[in-house]
Design a protein. Structure first.
Length: 170
């Protein structure tokens, strides 16, 4: 198998994991708040979770295509998979491309089928991103995270009192 196709499959797998982490957090935070799970109130985890969807929302608002998708496309092209340009996306201006399923491998077809189901209207994904982002933002207030604590290595230490034995009289 071509190394470029393997790398493209790895990237699309990471893309699927990213989406799964955002959606799992969206589901588990309210459930955990209701059930009293302490980990759903962890400040840094919640900040990371909100940051993940904030990146997607910023890309969507600016009309920027996901860099993971661009990277995967470039690797598949280097791997010899041909893509057909179907037209231009009116929102972003990027080419709408379709991989020839006969040329793509099984893993690529399956994972891309999860990420980009066929025949979805153009408004679907931006609407979904903003709905998920709104719910995650609301969850920050409904299931409040705890106050942040710094890792021990970053905490300030109080100065130690002077040692009376070490001071010599002059």
């Amino acid at each position: 198998m071509n190394v470029y196709i393997l790398l493209a499959n790895l990237i699309v797998f990471i893309h699927v994991l990213y989406i799964a982490a955002v959606l799992l957090g969206l589901i588990l935070v309210p459930i955990g708040g209701w059930r009293g799970w302490a980990w759903v109130r962890h400040f840094w985890l919640r900040l990371l979770h909100f940051g993940m969807i904030a990146i997607v929302l910023l890309e969507t608002a600016c009309g920027v295509r996901c860099p993971l998708t661009d990277w995967e496309d470039a690797l598949r092209l280097k791997g010899g998979v041909e893509r057909t340009v179907l037209g231009k996306d009116p929102v972003t201006g990027y080419d709408i491309v379709r991989v020839d399923p006969a040329q793509d491998d099984f893993v690529g077809r399956c994972l891309n089928g999860i990420l980009f189901p066929e025949d979805m209207p153009k408004w679907f994904y931006p609407t979904l991103y903003f709905a998920v982002g709104t719910l995650i933002f609301a969850a920050l207030f409904l299931v409040r995270p705890n106050r942040p604590t710094w890792p021990r290595c970053l905490r300030r230490r109080a100065p130690s009192p002077p040692n009376a034995e070490s001071e010599s009289p002059v």
